[in-house]
Design a protein around this ligand. Sequence first.
Ligand code: HEC
Length: 140
Amino acid sequence: MIRTLLLLVVVAANLAANTALAAYTPGVAYMLHCGGCHLIDGRSNPPEVPDLRGELGRIVAVPGGRDYLARVPGASQAPVSDQELAEILNWVLHRFNEKTLPVDFTPLTGEEVGKSRRNVLKDPLKHRATLWERYEAAQE
Ligand code: HEC
């Protein structure tokens, strides 16, 4: 009896783990943790919640830009692991910013994102303006 019960518990645990693995993709994680504010297609609610479509490819091209993505409070404080956050951000970059993403873009890593997100930005909009100035300066 105990054996059968144990077996059932093991089978159930395996099933649960497999189901979770099959369903969990960066896109799903985005919907769960970011979509409430940024909406399913990334359009968000500007100007309070910035649009995630198009400009992030330009931002990652400037020094400090990769770092910035994981430092905004919504990303930094999401209840996901460093690796998951890296995957969500890479997904956002490819899904919504493919056209502006630098051709030599290398995906964010969990380790890199882990370091960045510990420095959560107190004034994200001001920081963003600085990155934008760097971008404009690089175009001249
Ligand atoms: C509670 C609402 C909310 C949630 C949830 C949220 N964000 Fe945000 N996000 C914002 C706001 C507001 C800003 C503007 C900066 C600020 O004031 O924090 C922002 C800014 C950003 C930016 C910078 C965009 C730019 O153009 O400068 C990125 C990237 C971003 N969020 C990614 C994410 C990701 C990825 C998630 C999910 C892991 C997420 N956010 C979850 C509200 C949210």
